[in-house]
Design a protein around this ligand. Structure first.
Ligand code: PAF
Length: 284
């Protein structure tokens, strides 16, 4: 029978519990989230349990990674539901700090990662990775886990966090979990909840376009042509604007092409459906 996890709201309480587990000899995993949980998050908790004895999940809708015009206020919140789901998945502790505790008055520090953060999301959402790197470095310092888990759906974010953890010598292993998909291929995301039924049908066109493009790239078709035709196909399906559909190196995030796609490449897409922005990526 699953039990709802303990919820702590201060760094002192988080550290006290983690220290007690360490004293028992337990290994600790951290799954950072913004709540509004879905199977993708829960799969990270289960993966965490394969690498550690105790899984901590943080729930914090991080204002620093939203621009003023983005959906911070509208972002779905529901701690009771999230806690029950985390408990069923085997998480034993939730860290859910307030904005005031995470960013007290006078907070002035930002963790900025260059290189892998520059293209794609970094270009379209200039505040995003600074906010993510800052909050994730705080969470890793606060919790001091042995491992921390992040989903490949946010692949560029994963690379930014890996870079940050390496550069700051944080003693944590960053582990990637595969993207979980709905039956029609749509990558699971908290933001899918914004889609109305008609948009939800159209949304399945995103992974379909991605799959078609990847297939062509694998057979050696020209990168630039496949990208341009992929954008056109998404627009014809009802998406707009398409922020990007581009091939980048899966480690350095360097832009690849034109010409046939070299090994190690990944295709990235971000496109709008009404007011909802969907992202996805696929290895080539
Ligand atoms: O991917 C997310 O949910 C967030 O960007 C993260 C990593 C929890 C940081 O706020």
């Amino acid at each position: 029978m699953s039990r709802n996890p303990m919820i702590v709201r201060t760094v002192a309480d988080l550290r006290r519990q983690v220290a007690a587990w360490r004293a028992e000899g337990s290994r600790i995993a951290l799954v950072p989230t913004m709540g509004a949980l879905h199977e993708g998050h829960l799969s990270l908790v289960r993966l965490g349990l394969r690498h550690a004895d105790r899984v901590v999940a943080s729930i914090f809708v991080n204002p620093a990674q939203f621009a003023p015009h983005e959906d911070f206020d509208a972002y779905p919140r529901g701690e009771g539901r999230d806690a029950a789901l985390l408990g069923e998945a085997g998480c034993q502790l939730i860290f859910a700090p307030s904005v005031k505790d995470m960013y007290p008055p006078g907070f002035s520090t930002q963790v900025a990662v260059t290189g892998v953060s520059a293209p794609l999301e970094g270009q379209k959402r200039p505040q995003f990775f600074g906010g993510v790197a800052t909050v994730v470095s705080k969470l890793l310092i606060q919790c001091a886990p042995d491992v921390a888990l992040f989903g490949e759906k946010d692949y560029q974010q994963l690379l930014v966090i890996r870079r940050m953890a390496t550069d700051l010598d944080l003693p944590v292993e960053i582990i990637a979990g595969p993207t979980l998909r709905e039956a029609d291929g749509l990558a699971m995301s908290s933001r899918n909840a914004y889609l109305d039924p008609q948009q939800r049908e159209i949304a399945a066109g995103l992974p379909a376009a991605l799959a078609r493009a990847v297939e062509r790239l694998r057979t050696g078709d020209d990168t630039g042509t496949v990208e341009a035709e992929g954008v056109k196909a998404l627009e014809a399906a009802g998406f707009g604007p398409v922020d990007y559909l581009q091939v980048h190196d899966g480690q350095t995030m360097e832009r690849l092409g034109p010409g046939p796609t070299p090994p190690g490449a990944r295709l990235f897409v971000a496109a709008w459906l009404g007011k909802t922005r969907l992202i996805d990526n696929w290895t080539i």
